[in-house]
Design a protein around this ligand. Structure first.
Ligand code: BDR
Ligand code: CA
Length: 309
């Protein structure tokens, strides 16, 4: 199984990424680290613990990382995820603890202890990995690859061209790209294919477990905010596509391309520039996820939910 550290900001769709990573036999989830993003760090860390508590995931260390992006001040996505970043279900008191190490220390310890190179999957602003590129490049150079949900080859969702994770911390993306680590972007262009239709919600609810019931409430809340914010009643389940792609590469097509992020635009800060037409003739420094096998993706999600408590 592939050793994975999941760096996340739960967040409704992050919770499904945690569950898929914990349940899929091709993934060996070694650690969860958190970042300020969908909510302030206190909320995203508590929510990672809650996601594990609900699903009966124990033995995976959870450590808190950066509260703020490298530049500027965090503006949480409360219009999508609610005031506690996990609106909808009544949240249980987490019984899964929090590791006392800072996230970067936990990541370093896991990377150094692993016989095989570790993959980092990031489903929030890239702050923790950007700080690692800036301050601990020797650790990042031992990482197999970074698979990140964020950016877009097309539209944005916070501004016309910037996606939330990219817009929150574009400096971190630039640092990670500059590090030369093998980088995969799972952007809105593919995640908007993973639409949470009423049929999907029904099938997940029908699994009948505690995790399924909690998950269905998450999906219902998430779809209700997407309906208001983006006129999309079937919200997109962005984050777990990263884990799905790792566990089962046939779930999506990818292309190699040149990726950069806009740091200074007057209206486009945080936009990702993906040169799909190769017009710049620059080095292909990233793998870009493109087309999702939608049925295969939902089968992976449903199998994961069914395998948990
Ligand atoms: C991304 O932003 C967050 O709202 C989601 O969790 C996802 O990581 C989508 O733009
Ligand atoms: Ca996220």
């Amino acid at each position: 199984a592939i050793p994975v550290i999941l760096d996340c900001d739960p967040g409704h769709d992050d919770v499904f990424a945690i569950w898929l990573a914990a349940a899929h036999p091709a993934i060996d989830l070694r650690a969860i680290t958190t970042v300020g993003g969908n909510g302030q760090l206190e909320f995203t860390t508590a929510n990672a613990r809650i996601a594990c508590t609900v699903a009966g995931i124990d033995g995976v260390p959870i450590a808190a990382g950066a509260a703020q992006p490298i530049a500027g001040v965090l503006r949480p996505a409360d219009w999508i995820h609610g005031a506690n970043a996990l609106g909808g279900p009544v949240l249980p008191e987490p019984t899964v603890g929090v590791d006392q190490r800072p996230a970067l220390t936990l990541i370093r310890d896991v990377v150094e202890a692993s016989a095989e190179p570790v993959t980092i999957v990031a489903t929030g602003p890239l702050t923790n990995i950007g700080l690692m590129a800036r301050d601990h490049p020797e650790v990042l150079s031992r990482v197999e690859r970074v698979v990140w949900m964020g950016g877009s080859t097309t539209r944005g969702n916070v501004t016309p061209y910037a996606e939330f994770n990219a817009w929150t911390d574009p400096e971190s993306i630039a640092l990670v790209l500059d590090s030369g680590v093998d980088f995969t972007m799972v952007g809105l262009n593919i995640s908007h294919q993973a639409l949470i239709t009423p049929e999907v919600r029904e099938r997940i609810g029908a699994i009948g477990t505690r995790t399924a019931a909690f998950g269905k409430e998450l999906l219902e809340f998430f779809c209700s905010t997407y309906e208001v914010a983006e006129k999309m009643p079937d919200g997109p389940l962005h984050d777990p596509i990263t884990i799905a792609l790792l566990a089962d590469p046939s779930v999506a097509t990818t292309v190699r391309s040149h990726l950069e992020v806009e740091l200074h635009g007057t209206v486009t800060r945080g936009a990702t520039s993906v040169d799909l037409i190769d017009i710049l003739g620059k080095e292909h420094n990233a793998t870009i996820a493109m087309d999702l096998d939608v049925d295969r993706f939902w089968a992976l999600i449903e199998e994961a939910v069914a395998a948990l408590d």
